[in-house]
Design a protein around this ligand. Structure first.
Ligand code: ADP
Length: 168
């Protein structure tokens, strides 16, 4: 008998974020998560108090398009407390991406708060390929707004959505 090699069966992981818009850095994290866990839910935050460039339905559409070739990934939206959403989906693992050391301060605060709100939740940090280490949604929007190509940073669908949004 003994231990059988793991088939990556580690249950459900939830990857929450604004995804305003989803970038290739986010997609890199989703792919890594899908290889470790049985299933991953990309949870697009609907927070009316935050000002987003794209509506929650636009952000969801972009996420759905990006993950269409990852069979164990799905996209959803959530509002309210993240830990309540994770409980409702019967998950326990929360994924966040860490690009550079400066992300840590905020991400650790968030992880500590979520653990305080629900002690069973585990935050797992994943590092993207280094080519995405300096990529952020806000940087991509700035580049798109100024009319440069963002093909290197986002999926073709997101590039079209950005062009539409920033068309004069
Ligand atoms: P939030 O508003 O929740 O921070 P974001 O969409 O900005 O939403 O980010 C969601 C998560 O993805 C965060 O953990 C963030 O650090 C991570 N992330 C953002 N950009 C990248 C990237 N280029 N590579 C890896 N992780 C990233």
């Amino acid at each position: 008998m003994g231990n059988r090699p793991s088939s990556g069966g580690r249950g459900l992981a939830i990857y929450p974020g604004s995804f305003d818009p989803l970038t290739r850095g986010h997609l890199d994290i989703i792919q890594r998560t899908s290889r470790i866990f049985d299933a991953v839910i990309v949870a697009v935050a609907h927070n009316p108090a935050k000002k987003h460039t794209f509506s929650v339905s636009e952000r969801l559409r972009m996420a759905e398009d990006a993950i269409r070739r990852i069979p164990n990934a799905q996209a959803d939206t959530y509002s309210g407390l993240l830990v309540d959403y994770i409980k409702a989906r019967k998950g326990k693992v929360l994924i966040r991406g860490l690009r550079v050391v400066s992300d840590m301060d905020y991400e650790f605060q968030l992880a500590a708060m979520n653990r305080r709100l629900w002690s069973a939740v585990e935050t797992v940090f994943l590092m993207p390929d280094e080519k995405y280490a300096y990529l952020s949604s806000s940087m991509v929007k700035e580049v798109a707004r100024l009319g440069a190509s963002v093909d290197e940073f986002v999926t073709p669908f997101v590039a079209r959505e950005l062009a539409r949004k920033f068309a004069a």
